[in-house]
Design a protein around this ligand. Structure first.
Ligand code: ZN
Ligand code: MN
Length: 135
């Protein structure tokens, strides 16, 4: 296979992955994304989807949410923002409060470390679960 063909195919894969991620606000896992991509590219492997997610993250096209959960979640909303996780239904909701970068600066200054990002999560009950009677 010619090099340019390979390159085009990879770009197409990334385009599909990004389209899928941009069409949802679920903050899905790689597995969820893989299932959707497979409907359009039946021969694609989970490994390829995973690798492309990492490349897209490094390109700044998406955010990988790694807040200590079992699985990374992915987000096409690349504006810096916080997340609220409902402890009842598991939904992850965007919090569009201004992100406080002075925290990273303060820690970097104090420790001399190079801080890539910090993770501040909010947890509780979403609007719907708050209203629902306890099962
Ligand atoms: Zn909920
Ligand atoms: Mn988000």
């Amino acid at each position: 296979m010619k090099d340019s063909t390979l390159k085009t195919r990879r770009t197409k894969q990334r385009e599909i992955i990004l389209d899928i991620l941009r069409s949802t606000n679920l903050h899905p896992t790689a597995d969820w994304i893989y299932e959707k991509v497979r409907q359009k590219m039946p021969n694609i492997s989970l490994g390829t989807v995973y690798r492309n997610l990492k490349i897209l993250r490094d390109m700044g096209e998406l955010i990988e949410l790694d807040c200590g959960g079992a699985f990374s979640r992915f987000d096409a909303n690349i504006r810096p923002h916080y997340h609220f996780t409902c402890q009842i239904c598991g939904k992850i909701i965007d919090i569009e409060e201004p992100v406080h970068h002075e925290i990273e600066e303060a820690i970097a200054h104090k420790t001399g470390f190079e801080i890539a990002y910090y993770c501040m999560g909010f947890f509780g009950k979403c609007g719907r679960c708050k209203e629902a009677p306890a099962a």
